[in-house]
Design a protein around this ligand. Structure first.
Ligand code: IYR
Length: 236
């Protein structure tokens, strides 16, 4: 394709600091093969609700979780404000407190707060109010969305925080799966108790709770499918 005569980006603007892009050009066959291999790898990721209680080798969790969280933190975000905080909980007493608080909300959800339509939609997942995985999983990653920020004591707006944190969580789930750990995206509702138990500042809103670990021996998951490619994409 000929170079477009219209500038697409102006790295020569006086105030703009730039660095060279690091980008690997691949041959077309390699690109297609990599795309399909990535598809196949992600397609094997499943939400796991039955974790193994076996202790993990000393240091393994941090050695795996820290780079995965760093990968999440490399996600694009509105105005590059990176409006996220990832809190890793491994302390058994704290995991228990989170379980008890979550189960209290979930009990209310399953026994009245959820509509009949919502409960019917959840039936194929086999979920109920009890959440033992919140104690059994060796780690819980609690993701917080920074609804606004602070700069030298002055409050400032954050932009597109829902989208930004959603993208970062997508990166995180893919990274953890790629590393060999199972995850669940869990959203007890409401989740305010997470901010309280983890003593987060006012600007941080709980976004999702991600139990992480190895699946229990003989772990089973619901027999649910994914929409076909033809159902989800259109070329125009
Ligand atoms: N938060 C509840 C209910 C629940 C809601 C949705 I939407 C799900 O996809 C799964 C569960 C629970 O965790 O059981």
């Amino acid at each position: 394709m000929p170079e477009s005569p219209e500038p697409q980006f102006r790295p020569d603007q006086a105030s703009l600091r730039t660095v060279p892009l690091i980008f690997e050009r691949r041959d077309p066959t390699a690109m297609a093969a990599r795309a399909d291999a990535f598809r196949a790898e992600l397609a094997r990721r499943r939400s796991v609700r039955e974790f193994s209680p076996e202790p993990l080798p000393e240091g393994l969790l941090r050695a795996v979780l820290d780079p995965c969280i760093a990968a999440a933190g490399s996600a694009p975000s509105g105005a590059n404000q990176q409006p996220w905080t990832f809190v890793v909980v491994t302390d058994p007493a704290l995991k228990r407190a989170i379980r008890l608080a979550a189960e209290e909300e979930e009990r209310a959800f399953y026994s009245g707060r959820a509509s009949e339509e919502w409960l019917a939609a959840l039936a194929p997942l086999g979920t109920d109010w009890s959440k033992p995985f919140l104690e059994v999983a060796p780690a819980l990653i609690v993701v917080f969305r920074q609804a606004y920020g602070w700069n030298a004591g002055v409050k400032h707006d954050h932009y597109y925080t829902q989208e930004s944190v959603g993208i970062a969580v997508g990166f995180l789930l893919a990274a953890l799966h790629h590393a060999g750990l199972a995850t669940l995206t869990h959203t007890p509702s409401p989740m305010k108790f997470l901010a309280t138990l983890l003593a987060r500042p006012e600007n941080e809103k709980p976004y999702v709770l991600i139990p992480v670990g190895l699946p229990a021996a003989g772990c089973r998951v619901p027999d649910i499918g994914r929409k076909s490619l033809d159902e989800i994409r259109s070329w125009r």
